[in-house]
Design a protein around this ligand. Structure first.
Ligand code: FSO
Ligand code: SF4
Length: 517
């Protein structure tokens, strides 16, 4: 096997014997075969009309190979067989050798991998929009275009053009998901989310899929089972159509990499709707459920029947386990117990006048977007310290699960606005982009001329597609950590540094000094 798609890859180079994530060598090879089959499917579909069934298969096949999504060889094989059937129905295609994915000249491997990994990330976002009935022809078509590009040769210049074009298409995809989520559940408004767990049966739901949460809330209403969000599901508390359920009680746990410790011995059922599943320990594996493209051998899977799911096995398990008999008190990783979320674009832009006045009066000197994924590396304390050390006259916007490093801190307020504002999930990078564009408009300058710096943490492939979107928008001088991706070759890194001013993070003090002068 060879896999170097995520930040925790072995030795910072590549997993070759087994995945640090728990993916076996066999499953890694099957995932490569699945990817090769998708390239062949895109070849077969060229110049022909696709169908929603095939489009859905493309999304599932790409999404299933995102880090911490699917560890189940049997499910991966099912997708391969379905894709093979569709290739035949299209009239066949020239074969693509899975072994070729990660081989060749290092710069070509780097550029090809960046596009493929970006496509995997975008597939996750397109999937969530799709489950809410939203598709976009350009986004759909680009999956085929991108897969064809992955299977072809290009010059370095052509690869870069493809990557930037992809970044623009991913912006459309994030806009589509924003539209899907806000039209289904309303615009997020600020919400304070409890970290305590009430007595009685409960279910912890993790991942990004709000439609899964909605269905779970409907099916648990009046059943005496409380629902707690976990990880990237936290921002769900801000959506009016989700928070209206009184049994959506609070948030349990912190970011994904702490689950084996945090779930151990908890008398509740756990439901994984998207990525960030770690191999479950025996002490709680009997109560973990997967759904959608998520899979792990021997865990119970909740299938999809024409878009509707029956979560009865999850609910029965929660009732059987019964929860705790008294209220349990939990805190975030810094000991705080107050989590705020819901500062998405409508809320922040609603306060735009206040923000602009505060900038003009000198009360706000700088904005930081400290966003991205969390992970296990100790160097990620950088983000906690960065936020703690940022001066009092700065605002911190955040999104995705990296915020658990600091979202329990009380950073105070400026002019009535909290200094720390959680904009939502990683896909809500769309909200952050809209806010940055609106501020640039108000100050009549470019985004790069705003007193705004992006300090990003990456872990997996959704971060790749978001980074490409930011580059495609011309956003410069992004700080990136905790380490640089193994799939970025030194020549490609040089291009990123020269053309986009990408900076690896150093220390919070040095970076703050460089940014604020
Ligand atoms: Fe975190 Fe996991 Fe959203 Fe990622 S939950 S690490 S960027 O999958 O998806 O932020
Ligand atoms: Fe290794 Fe990450 Fe690939 Fe898992 S997803 S095999 S940890 S590089």
């Amino acid at each position: 096997m060879f896999c170097f798609q995520c930040e925790q890859t072995a030795g910072g180079k590549g997993c070759t014997k087994a995945g640090v994530c728990g993916k076996s060598a066999d499953v890694a090879l099957q995932q490569d075969e699945l990817t090769a089959a998708l390239v062949e499917l895109a070849r077969a579909a060229q110049g022909k009309k696709s169908s929603p069934r095939v489009d859905e298969l493309v999304l599932q096949g790409l999404f299933a190979t995102v880090t911490n999504v699917n560890f189940d060889g049997a499910r991966i094989n099912e997708w391969i067989q379905k894709i093979r059937t569709e290739i035949i129905a299209f009239g066949g295609a020239a074969p693509f050798d899975a072994a070729a994915l990660w081989q060749g000249d290092p710069d070509t491997v780097s550029l090809r991998s960046t596009l493929l990994l970006g496509l995997r990330g975008m597939a996750a976002y397109a999937w969530h929009a799709y489950t809410l009935g939203k598709t976009d022809d350009e986004v759909t078509a680009w999956f085929y275009k991108g897969l064809n590009a992955v299977g072809a040769d290009h010059s370095a210049g052509e690869w870069l053009e493809l990557l930037l074009e992809f970044g623009r298409v991913n912006l459309k995809c994030m806009a589509l998901l924003d539209e899907a989520n806000t039209s289904a559940y309303g615009h997020p408004t600020p919400a304070e989310v409890p970290t305590n767990v009430a007595p009685g049966p409960f279910i912890v739901i993790s991942g990004h899929d709000l439609y899964d949460l909605k269905q779970l809330l409907e099916q648990t209403e009046g059943r005496g089972v409380n629902i707690y969000t976990h990880g990237e599901m936290l921002p769900a508390h801000a959506y009016p159509e989700l928070r209206k359920y009184a049994h959506l009680k609070g948030n349990f746990g912190t970011a994904w990499q702490n689950q084996q410790k945090e779930f151990d011995g908890v008398p509740a059922a756990f439901l994984f709707t998207t990525n960030c599943l770690m191999p479950p320990k025996a002490s709680y594996a009997d109560r973990v459920f997967t759904t959608a493209v998520v899979g792990y051998p021997e865990l119970q899977h909740i299938p999809d029947e024409d878009g509707r799911k029956d979560f009865s096995p999850v609910i029965e398990k929660a009732l059987e386990l019964g929860g705790w008999t008294e209220t349990r008190h939990f805190t975030g990783i810094n000991g705080g117990s107050r989590l705020l979320t819901g500062f998405a674009r409508q809320t922040v832009l609603g306060a735009a006048g206040q923000v602009i006045d505060a900038v003009k009066a000198g009360a706000i000197k700088h904005f930081f977007l400290v966003g991205g994924c969390d992970g296990a590396r100790p160097g990620r304390n950088y983000y906690t310290e960065f936020v703690q050390k940022a001066p009092q006259d700065t605002i911190i916007l955040t999104l995705a699960c990296g915020k658990y490093r600091f979202n329990d801190l009380d950073l105070g307020t400026i002019g009535g606005l909290p200094r720390l504002m959680d904009m939502g999930q990683c896909n809500d990078a769309y909200s952050a982009i809209q806010v940055a564009l609106a501020l640039a408009d108000a100050f009549q300058c470019g985004v790069n001329d705003l007193p705004l710096t992006l300090v990003l943490s990456w872990y997996e492939q959704k971060a790749v597609c978001i980074l490409l979107t930011l580059l495609a928008l011309g956003v410069k001088n992004i700080y990136l950590g905790p380490t640089l991706p193994a799939f970025i070759s030194s020549n490609v890194l040089n291009i990123l540094v020269e053309q986009f001013g990408i900076k690896p993070i150093s220390t919070p003090e040095a970076d703050l000094q460089a940014i604020l002068g």
